[in-house]
Write a protein that binds this ligand. Structure first.
Ligand code: PMP
Ligand code: GLU
Length: 399
């Protein structure tokens, strides 16, 4: 019999996208669910981006472009990196792809040989370990928990290095925890990383969604580190453009060129229309968005603090809260008909939240933290109020 590849046998769908799809299917069938699962801003795409896309279509800007993105966009991104992050890059050191997800995959494909290790703080975003493994690499998890605000320390980082370490991944503000490293914390990690011959993959896609603290790109630390860093970012979160699929990476010139060669054989350029939209969106981040997200975070956090058995540190960025619900495992949910369901795991709790309370959240298992679950507060205050009421009533039925 024909055998499919080992790779095909090992891969499973992104749990965040899978839960979102399941939730949307239930909603489409008429079930009234509040969707707190996927990490997708509820704000509309900036109008000027949409208008630029329409102009691109009517102007017939609908053909292949340079594989790594049109030079105006790469120039605009270089300006942004200088203005927002004090990082100096030439357009030739930047490659635009179909979402930061593709940027990350390009990087891992270009730096990993079979068996190479990537130090990955855990909890992690679901796609990092999958992509690393698809590229033959081995994720080396450095566990963090609530006690350190889900942040790794220089000591823990040092312990994770081996002769096989090829790269370290830093994601600040982080998904799923919302944790943000302060500039001093980043500098302390950078000092350790600089001692080892390794690359740094710095996923900064949530950099603008940060509440009362400062974002600091690790590539700023020194010329040595900048020369080995990949700064990943995109338009999905900051500009509410998830569906347009535009992300980018700034990094070492030779590897950026190699990534473009790789991309030329896989997808070639990101959509010409989306590139024009992204160009128009650059520099338009509305700080009121940040205020709105902060208000939502404070509201959800205040609710969680009132729920017995749930706990989490205050997340300073992104639009996620990642409570620990481990202490609820083993309790029973009282059903309408008097039956009682034992909660076997936090995954099970999330299933019951969906089926009984009609609130969709993502279990922590896919993020490497089976005692937690992720709430995305990238939805309206009204939805959040409804969801919190539903979760409160659900928790009141536990015994
Ligand atoms: N990095 C992180 C941490 C994310 O949460 C996401 C979510 N989509 C991405 C990268 C990828 O974003 P996109 O491909 O939409 O640019
Ligand atoms: N990154 C978002 C999330 O974590 C979008 C879905 C995905 O690409 O994983 O929900």
């Amino acid at each position: 019999m024909l055998q499919r590849s080992d790779r095909a046998n090992a891969i499973s769908a992104s749990p965040t996208l899978a839960i979102d799809a399941k939730t949307k299917a239930l909603m489409a069938s008429g079930v009234d669910i509040v969707n707190l699962s996927v990490g997708e801003p509820d704000f509309p795409t900036p109008e000027r981006a949409s208008l630029a896309a329409i102009a691109a279509i009517t102007g017939n800007f609908t053909k292949y472009t340079a594989v790594g993105g049109i030079v105006e966009l790469r120039r605009g991104i270089a300006e942004k990196l200088w203005k927002d992050n004090q990082l100096q890059y030439d357009p030739e050191e930047i490659i635009v792809s179909a979402g930061a997800k593709q940027s990350l995959y390009n990087i891992f494909m270009m730096i990993l040989n079979p068996g190479d290790e990537v130090v990955l703080p855990s909890p992690y975003w679901v796609s990092y370990p999958e992509q690393i493994k698809l590229c033959g690499g081995v994720p080396i998890l450095v566990r963090t928990d609530e006690s350190t605000g889900f942040k790794i320390t220089p000591e823990r980082l040092r312990e994770a290095f081996s002769a096989k370490t090829k790269a370290v991944l830093i994601n600040s503000p982080g998904n799923p925890t919302g944790a943000v490293y302060t500039p001093d914390e980043i500098r302390a990690l950078a000092g350790v990383i600089e001692e080892y011959p390794v690359y740094v993959v710095s996923d900064e896609i949530y950099e603008q969604l940060i509440y009362g603290v400062e974002h600091y790109s690790i590539a700023r630390y020194s010329d040595t580190l900048r020369a080995r860093s990949f700064v990943v970012n995109g338009f999905s979160k900051t500009h509410a453009m998830t569906g347009w699929r535009v992300g980018y990476v700034a990094g070492p010139r030779d590897l950026v060129g190699t990534m473009a060669s790789f991309q030329s054989h896989t997808t070639a350029n990101p959509s010409s229309i989306s590139q024009k939209a992204a160009l128009a969106a650059l520099g338009t981040f509305d700080i009121h968005t940040r205020d709105e997200f902060r208000k939502r975070r404070d509201f959800v956090l205040a609710q969680i603090e009132q729920w017995p058995g749930l706990s989490c540190p205050r997340p300073d960025g992104a639009f996620y809260i990642f409570p620990n619900a481990g202490s609820l495992v083993g309790s029973f949910l009282r059903r309408q008909d008097g039956r009682r369901d034992r909660i076997d795991s936090v995954d099970h709790l999330c299933e019951l939240l969906l089926s009984e309370a009609h609130v969709s959240v993502v279990p922590g298992t896919g993020f490497g933290a089976p005692d937690n679950f992720r709430i995305s507060y990238a939805t309206s205050m009204t939805n959040l109020q409804t969801a919190m009421q539903r979760i409160s009533s659900f928790l009141a039925r536990l015994e």
